[in-house]
Each structure stands twice: as structure tokens, then as C-alpha cells.
Ligand binder design. Structure first.
Ligand code: MF3
Ligand code: CO
Ligand code: CO
Length: 252
């Protein structure tokens, strides 16, 4: 494992890229409506990143991924490919955006609802956000990756939901995915010890039903095996002298 420590100047570069990604999530809020296709959302994001932000959408062409954002609908866990799927009242959607700016990466995702979601769907979305925040709040020098995972797992499971095991958060900087792997389950005190200057994502995928997943035939889209709903939120986070700094927090 080779976890790079970023200088304050490097962290500011990652913040710039992360803020651009967060801006796309805010921009897309008003476009997530019944009747809109996920492909249209991708077009809007692609245009804004390339023409307004002067950035590059990191997912486009990444290991062959064909789009500038990931759109994961209802029982889709992650890496959904935007296309001609039309959003319908009651749908829940994750949009994941990664922007490269001046060689630095920023990665963040959020949940959206179309019209009125079920009470259970809204609770899944809320609990997943709370779980991510509880994970982030453990971040400080000398805490461990196990502390993060434990906080997330405990909140998700005590709410009756399950944590996806196969996909995790990751170090980020001049590369999309760097060490360490940040899993969203674990035991306090275990795993890598955090140091000031580490930068990584925390991005729990939480299922309303069982934790098992499967990969669809398109080679990308991950869905829950039991077809239960799944939610995810993601932030890019830096370890500071005495805690954490959420680099992808959208401007208030
Ligand atoms: N943005 C995703 C993450 O959080 C990765 C998407 S890779 C893709 O790490 F190829 F599926 F787009
Ligand atoms: Co990520
Ligand atoms: Co992401």
C-alpha cells in the first residue's frame, strides 16, 4: 500500500476539482424530473464540465465506461450507464460525477428523488447520508479506516439495511483511484491509521434488502441481487491536523 500525503497546495487543487463536481450535482437538481432520460442528464453534465468548467469528465472512457456521469436508478447500486431510460414518478436516482481539472480529480455523488418517493425509499436515502456523515466524522489523524467503516456499518445495519462489500471509497488526487481502499464496514481500531494530508472518498452503497449484488450483462451496471432499492452518497475528504475537511461540499 502506497498512500500519498498531499501538501496544502495539492489539497486546494483537489478542492477545485471537487467543487466543480459538486456544482454539476447542484446543476442537475432542477433537471431530475419525470419524463427526462438519464442520457439527457449526461448530456447536460458533459456540456457544462467541458464547455463551462474547462474540465474533463473522468468516467468517459475510463476502462471503457461510455459516459460522463454514472446514473444508478432504484435497485441499481452503482456504475449505471446513462441512456434512453426515462425517469418516472417515485424513482430514486444516484448521480456520480468525477471532474479532472488541471490534472487533479474530484469525486462526489448524491441521491435524487423523482416526484414523491415511498417512505421506505426516502428513509433509505436519509440513512445512507447519515451513515456517510458518521463515517466522515470519525476522520482525524490516528483514527483508522476501520473506525470509518464501523461507523457506517453500525448506522446502516441498526436501521435494518445492509452494506455493499464489493465496492469501496478510494484515495484520490492526480489519479482517479489511489490507495487506500476505504471499505464501508469494519471494526474500530483496525486497518490503516490516518495521517494529516491523506485524501480519499467515502461513498457507502446501502441496500434496503440483502447486501449481495450482481453485475449486469453491459459489464458495468451493478444491481442488488434481491432487486431491493439501493442508495449511495459520496464525498472527497481530506484529513486535517485535527479532523476532516469535506472538499466536495457544495457551496451553501
Ligand atoms: N465515480 C465512481 C467512484 O466513485 C467510479 C466510476 S468509474 C466508472 O469511484 F467507470 F464506472 F465510471
Ligand atoms: Co469514488
Ligand atoms: Co464517484
Amino acid at each position: 500500500m502506497n498512500i500519498s500525503i498531499k501538501t496544502p497546495e495539492e489539497i486546494e487543487n483537489i478542492r477545485i476539482a471537487s467543487q466543480l463536481a459538486a456544482e454539476i450535482l447542484v446543476l442537475l437538481r432542477e433537471h431530475v424530473r419525470a419524463g427526462v432520460t438519464t442520457g439527457e442528464l449526461n448530456e447536460i453534465a458533459h456540456k457544462h464540465i467541458t464547455e463551462v468548467q474547462g474540465g474533463t469528465p473522468a468516467t468517459l472512457g475510463y476502462h471503457g465506461f461510455p459516459a460522463s456521469i454514472c446514473t444508478s436508478l432504484n435497485h441499481q447500486v452503482c456504475h449505471g450507464i446513462p441512456g434512453d431510460k426515462t425517469l418516472r414518478d417515485g424513482d430514486i436516482l444516484n448521480i456520480d460525477v468525477t471532474v479532472i481539472k488541471d490534472g487533479w480529480y474530484g469525486d462526489t455523488s448524491a441521491m435524487y428523488t423523482v416526484g414523491k418517493p415511498s417512505v421506505r425509499a426516502q428513509r433509505l436515502i436519509d440513512v445512507t447520508h447519515e451513515a456517510m456523515m458518521k463515517g466522515i466524522e470519525t476522520v482525524r489523524p490516528d483514527a483508522t479506516l476501520g473506525d470509518i467503516g464501523h461507523a457506517i456499518q453500525t448506522h446502516a445495519e441498526s436501521s435494518g439495511f445492509s452494506v455493499v462489500r464489493e465496492y469501496c471509497g478510494h484515495g484520490i488526487g492526480r489519479n482517479f483511484h489511489e490507495d487506500p481502499q476505504v471499505v464501508h464496514y469494519g471494526n474500530p481500531g483496525e486497518g490503516v491509521r490516518l495521517k494529516e494530508g491523506m485524501v480519499f472518498t467515502i461513498e457507502p452503497m446501502i441496500n434496503a434488502g440483502k447486501k449481495e449484488i450482481k453485475l449486469l450483462g453491459d459489464g458495468w451496471t451493478v444491481v442488488t441481487k434481491d432487486h431491493s432499492l439501493s442508495a449511495q452518497w459520496e464525498h472527497t475528504v481530506a484529513v486535517t491536523k485535527d479532523g476532516f475537511d469535506i472538499l466536495s461540499l457544495p457551496p451553501a
